[in-house]
Design a protein around this ligand. Structure first.
Ligand SMILES: [Zn+2]
Length: 348
């Protein structure tokens, strides 16, 4: 079967090649790939900056934002042939740490977790893949191709859960949310904010392309400069990882507010003085800055529910481009018009 593989830490090694059928040890459920979304992590892996091959192998099948159709459910009573499923990405560490031991692999303490398509487990960019039944999430059939958005939605489902958990340390009635960044994560975070009945504002530097309209059609407000937002958000979901935006978010958040970081970036202000100033503001305003990564099964379930009740026409606009597997390099090269690019292996 064909698969998109990469030799981790070797730039330019990604290719479409023939590999053996998926190993039965990867799971009793056999799935035919429909589509796999591409994100910044895939780009990092292909550029040779991230990623680990499975033990004893030199190459890794890429892809962690999956959508597939069950070909053989094996002994699973919960799955049927033809069901649409998405594969959970992370597996608990083998030690396990206390969090992995209770199913919170997203909160893994020792970093020995593994991840499909990223860390020591083949991913989903192959014509067929196998998975353990407990890691195959069945999705609402009416989502069709839009099921490929489940994995990024799990990331924001967890981020929202973290925000609420932190906010509830005191009396808290949040009303205004600022989401920084209008990429797939930012837009899905904004969608979950509107589903919670909050007043949502989204900040992104671009004033053209599909992003402003996508934000407005959610009933949210679009801004292109932090100086123009004109309010103190109760919640900031930070999705850019850009130093200046992070600093501005900490500055803008209301007293008692929560800033949740979901973006990984680097750079910006140097020296310790800005950090000390930010900490002082945090103290005086009872702010919490909380980082959030990955998702456990509860978040996958919640994300599936959120997607199932989302407007399909709006979600469809997030999938801005579909490429065939042979064009994977084109899929990895983002254009300003792109929101989420997917590599499509088969029709839904
Ligand atoms: Zn762990």
């Amino acid at each position: 079967m064909q698969a998109i593989t990469v030799k981790p830490m070797t730039p330019g090694s990604a290719r479409l090649e023939d590999i053996p059928e998926p190993d039965e040890r990867e799971g009793t459920v056999l799935v035919e790939a429909i589509a796999v979304g591409v994100c910044g992590t895939d780009v990092e892996i292909v550029e040779g900056n991230y990623g680990w091959a499975p033990p004893g192998k030199t190459s890794l099948v890429l892809g962690h934002e999956s959508l597939g159709r069950v070909v053989d459910p094996g002994a699973s009573a919960a799955l049927k042939k033809g069901d649409l499923v998405v594969g959970i990405v992370r597996r608990p560490d083998p030690v396990p740490c206390p969090n992995c031991a209770v199913g919170e692999w997203d909160m893994c303490r020792n970093g020995q977790y593994t991840e499909r398509g990223i860390k020591e487990h083949d991913g989903f960019m192959s014509e067929r893949w196998r998975i353990e039944p407990e890691y195959a999430m069945k999705i609402d059939r009416s989502l069709g191709l839009l099921g490929v958005l489940l994995e990024p939605t799990t990331v924001v489902a967890k981020a929202w859960e973290q925000v609420v958990a932190v906010g509830q340390r005191a009396f808290w009635e949040p009303r205004m949310v600022l989401v920084t960044g209008a990429g797939p994560i930012g837009l899905l975070a904004a969608m979950l904010g509107t589903q919670r009945g909050l007043e949502v504002h989204v900040l992104d530097r671009t004033d053209s392309g599909p992003k402003p309209q996508l934000v407005r059609s959610l009933g949210a407000t679009y801004h292109t400069a932090m100086a123009d937002i004109g309010f103190e958000p109760d919640i900031v979901i930070e999705c850019t990882g850009v130093g200046q935006v992070i600093a501005d978010s900490i500055h803008a958040v209301a007293a008692g507010g929560v800033v949740c970081f979901t973006g990984v970036g680097s750079g910006g202000a140097t020296g310790l003085q800005p950090i000390a100033n930010a900490a002082a503001r945090g103290v005086l305003k009872n702010n919490v800055l909380v980082g959030s990564v990955n998702a456990n099964k509860r978040h996958w379930y919640k994300a599936g529910e959120a997607l199932a009740r989302a407007d399909r026409t709006w979600l469809a606009q997030l999938v801005s481009r579909c490429e065939c597997p042979a064009n994977f390099a084109k899929a990895l090269a983002r254009t300003p018009e792109d929101i989420k690019v997917v590599i499509q292996f088969a029709d839904v």
